[in-house]
Write a protein that binds this ligand. Sequence first.
Ligand SMILES: Cc1cc2nc3c(=O)[nH]c(=O)nc-3n(C[C@H](O)[C@H](O)[C@H](O)COP(=O)(O)OP(=O)(O)OC[C@H]3O[C@@H](n4cnc5c(N)ncnc54)[C@H](O)[C@@H]3O)c2cc1C
Ligand code: FES
Ligand code: FES
Length: 1326
Amino acid sequence: MRLCLKKASLTCLSGLRRGNRGSGVPPTLNLCRESQLPTLRFHLTGTKYSCGSGGCGACTVMVSRYDPKTKKIHHYPVTACLVPICSLHGAAVTTVEGVGSIKTRIHPVQERLAKCHGTQCGFCSPGMVMSIYTLLRNHPEPTPEQITEALGGNLCRCTGYRPIVESGKTFCAESTVCQMKGSGKCCMDQEENISEVPFVFCFVEMCTKLYNEDEFQPFDPTQEPIFPPELIRMAEDPNKRRLTFRGKRTTWITPVNLNDLLELKTSFPEAPIIMGNTAVGPSIKFRDEFHPVFISPLGLQELYFVDSTDDGVTIGAGYSLAQLNDALHFIVSEQPKEKTKTYHALLKHLRTLAGAQIRNMATLGGHVVSRPNYSDLNPILAAGNATINLISKEGKRQIPLDGRFLEKSPEANLKSEETVLSVYIPHSTQWHFVSGLRIAQRQENAFAIVNAGMSVKFEDGTDTIKELQMFYGSVGPTVVSASKTCQQLIGRKWNDQMLSDACRLVLDEIYIPPDAEGGMVEYRRTLIISLLFKFYLKVRRGLNKMPAHEGALEDFPIETPQGIQMFQCVDPHQPPQDPVGHPVMHQSAIKHTTGEAVFVDDMPPISQELFLAVVTSTRAHAKIILIDTSAALALPGVVDVITAEDVPGDNSYQGEIFYAQNEVICVGQIVCTVAADTYAHAKEAAKKVRIVYEDLEPRIITIEQALEHNSFLSAEKKIEQGDVEQAFKYVDQIIEGKVHVEGQEHFYMETQTILAIPQEEDKEMVLHLGTQFQTHVQEYVAAALNIPRNRIACHTKRAGGAFGGKVSKPALLGAVSAVAAKKTGRPIRFILERGDDMLITAGRHPLLGKYKIGFMNNGVIKAADIEYYINGGCSPDESELVMEFMVLRSENAYYIPNFRCRGRPCKTNLPSNTAFRGFGFPQGIVVGEAYITAVASQCDLTPEQVKEINMYKRTSRTAHKQTFNPEPLRRCWKECLEKSSFSARKLAAEEFNKKNYWKKRGLAAVPMKFTVGMPTAFYNQAAALVHIYLDGSVLVSHSGCELGQGLHTKMIQVASRELNIPESYIHLSETNTTTVSNATFTAGSMGADINGKAVQNACQILKARLEPVIRKNPRGTWEVWISEAYKESISLSTTGYFKGYQTNMDWKKGEGNAFPYFVYGASCSEVEVDCLTGAHKLLRTDIFMDAAFSINPAVDIGQIEGAFVQGMGFYTIEELKYSPEGVLYSRGPDDYKIPTVTEIPEEFNVTLVHSQNPIAIYSSKGLGEAGMFLGSSVLFAIYDAMAAARRERGLTKTFTLSSPATPELIRMTCVDQFTDMVRLVRRAPC
Ligand SMILES: Cc1cc2nc3c(=O)[nH]c(=O)nc-3n(C[C@H](O)[C@H](O)[C@H](O)COP(=O)(O)OP(=O)(O)OC[C@H]3O[C@@H](n4cnc5c(N)ncnc54)[C@H](O)[C@@H]3O)c2cc1C
Ligand code: FES
Ligand code: FES
């Protein structure tokens, strides 16, 4: 949709306030539901809402404005959730609907994203489309670097980004993809096995092209819609007037010129100036700030200029950070290098500050004035002696952008009536050095953990310090200046002694209290001096006192990822119509990219519907003394408050409590919900519910505390083989250790969303929701409402990602919503905010693993005794099952003759942890790899040698006595090491490490034996319902849910092969409990396996019924046969059924055929770590995954890559933070960092290895989860690099391994003089 905004007023928009999020708003702008400030939210289905804070890019749209000065049109991406609607007066807004639609014509960006397999769940896809589309509007032939940069602000939790980047690269001028079009093969494909040549040429009958470029429509940039001429006329109108939008509570004023702005600032001195709204917006949304008046001079010509003189440059306050970036690039291209040091420093940070959308919204003036403590630019501006040009009705004045300003000293502040007109940045000089330094959890789009701006001026021609300035961000409530330190160093020489004194002084001057917000105190103190050291080296290099190539100085470059995906070619004898084995595009891919794929939040409003907001417990363990709802009920629009009293059936079912009653057992437990006519009203009222608590003991938060209190959710699970105790007596060495693996947030892009609609008759209730387990929802709702399950219908069209997080939690949330719907008698729309979702639904279980290992000096492990404890949280959920899986899979790929593993889930006062991709395996197996690494260190072997020595080699029995043949495991492992040139690259890394003290490279390879399916046979069953209609079209239903994993796509492939008809004849609409009853969960990597068998069964039944008709008329068409069959009264509808794999597990004996089959794989990763900051860069990953026969290589590779990147995030940067009281701090993309496009391997190669699996449909294997654990190759590569650093520092002993390997952990493990100094210099607060 293209929206041309000529007239927008608060008055007219306030009418839409009711209709936020899924309401009856016409296809026009809408208001973000919780904001006091009206923001842009289109109620077209395309623009998605995921975080509401500008951090995920799901809501990206393109804004276009005409600049009357330059006569140019400026297109830029914005995150709609932070764009106030009034700020768009005179702008044209293009949403994904305006780019292309299935109803009219899809745009090449949408087509290529879909066909390159860049969508899975599709929730992020419209945002991706808009980011690439906007780039193309400005650069029709972008470079690969521009594509990567454009996508930096868009999160995707499913794909692993590689195919998204690849789709963007198809627009690049130099083709970055294979030129051998149309053949279905690439120039890399080889028919022969040529084993001597590099990796990519080594396979027989392997393909590398997952799509055919010949199918792409050409991209013609001249065909884009023109900018509305009316808006040009408006912009050039010489008689423009002040604009005022008046709402019920707030007024928005857009001044007509600078004088008008000054007038307004005098009249309303407290009114914020709204520019990008990236600082004001979040404070209104998340910190409840209120402003009766807003002044928005956005677009005011006087604030947009660049004025360059011989001494420096003045930049208008209205320039966005993206425009600032362009202006600085121009200046550095014009000026001699010595004058541009400050600009270079700013440019470096501008590349990684937030994502492209925020950089296009946020302004220089807004950034300088808002002075966030994490500011990336202010420390550099201060170090570069910038000044701020202010203006008010009183006149103009300049203030220095210095320490006092940044530390918010009242005398250095702006006066309330003043406006920033511009910022002046002087040129640097020959003896003046300026630098910006920063480290964040993630390279791009993450607030700095610590950043700094530093500058030094020397006496001409000497290294004697004349002036020194150091400013640090993220070390206190404001950016701070180390002014005393700098003062004391004036006159000193720039040498090691000065550095040493400087470090001591600055540590003494900048105090970070032990309880500082954000924690990481030792790390941040270490960074203060590590960054200073980097600056010291940079300056030495500038003074020609050091080689130019010193590696410690450079930040890791951001490269555009590339790689090769290899898979088996389809048998040339296979009929062309048969889609099985082909990389068929996701069934909904085009709809994902056009935004026409409907998620629950996109469903049109239902008459009388109410919105639900939750009130959650703020205490971990407490008695509820009082719930006072009177203030909430008195608010406008509020219909009811629902509590435990209102649950007609069971409020506590199978150990799960729907509404807290009498007592709360974790922070985040739902105490009550508020139903109101809008979400804004519901949320406002929820804040007014007053709950009085009385804390109870014990309050158990950690696993250690649970062990102390003997607090468990279930009994111990154990497997054992051999005689462990006896074996320990005869080994050469014994080691013992502990491993901590922290939890993980699912961070599906679509938060949990439920629409519960009570029906008029027979107590029926209909629920629309994204879930992996409809039966469970049905069961819980039935229990809560006390009605039979046949009255409850659950519908799932698709879920915007799930990863295990939508197995059990939707049942709880479904019950909560259904109770509200029942009580109010009205439809309930319940959409969890990102923060509430993270708080309430929890995620992967943290693990404490303990091991005792007995081994011989040659690396053979003889005995292992393993203990697992996971933090299950406050209720049973899936914790017992997770522990069973963890124990059963604990041996991974290794045969240890005497092996014992025991495990128990702990009960704590945290929200209940739940299923998560890999189901315990990704955590549990870290323990195994950790002791392998420790054994290797003790035996002077590499971890890979110890893995090889102990790996299963022939048909064997697992520790739980299940027979298997590890041949594919051996093949994956061998090929992984060989084809990735592991040994040669390991030597090269060692060479690199010898030459680089501050940067280290590490490599690691991990083998994997993973399981598919469930140890309980009845969980492996599935059903399908297939109807053939009289026109020959076929409707397939089955028991699996589409979560983005391509399940429906594969089912269509199966039905197409079985019925021998084209895929276009087959439709798959949704999953619901009325067509297929009692469905098991879609999880455990077995969705396609079991539902495929059920669909196959149904199709074969129908095919058999049609056989006589076909025999009678063999030359007939499908349509004719169907018609004839009908006339012969042959039923054209049937169910299909798969009884399930016959598995069993006897926990009393600790043995059984627990799993239908195993999936094998191996991966190898290489990283480089920056020992001074703890940052790491993933240079290359090679994955070899045993796919047996892949039904759809594009889907399977997508699952592997997506799982790998999710795993890599889990093992490196994703970090959940709780307070000691059990309060979750990390509740959104600002504080919880999942990988972005910059984190994925620079080179990413994936190969599907062929094997046999006759038990599964078409001899395929389930690959949904297996890639997750392979992400641990990054963790162990980081450990390899850290070990190299430690060895060089004389520390040869094994060190404790834990996950995730965050920048903090890496930095503090690579101990050196700086970490030592921090430990020595401990200072009390002044
Ligand atoms: C998702 C996200 C990620 C981010 N990541 C980073 C990051 O990595 N690093 C970083 O440094 N920052 C980051 N930021 C912060 C961002 O840089 C600032 O929010 C932004 O620069 C503020 O500019 P604005 O134009 O949006 O200000 P607004 O929100 O419009 O205004 C902010 C304040 O400045 C005042 N103001 C604005 N203009 C003027 C003027 N001309 N004269 C006087 N007062 C004025 C307003 O009154 C208001 O009080 C991020 C922000 C978001 C939302
Ligand atoms: S929803 Fe707007 S950026 Fe996430
Ligand atoms: S496809 Fe990107 S989040 Fe699901």
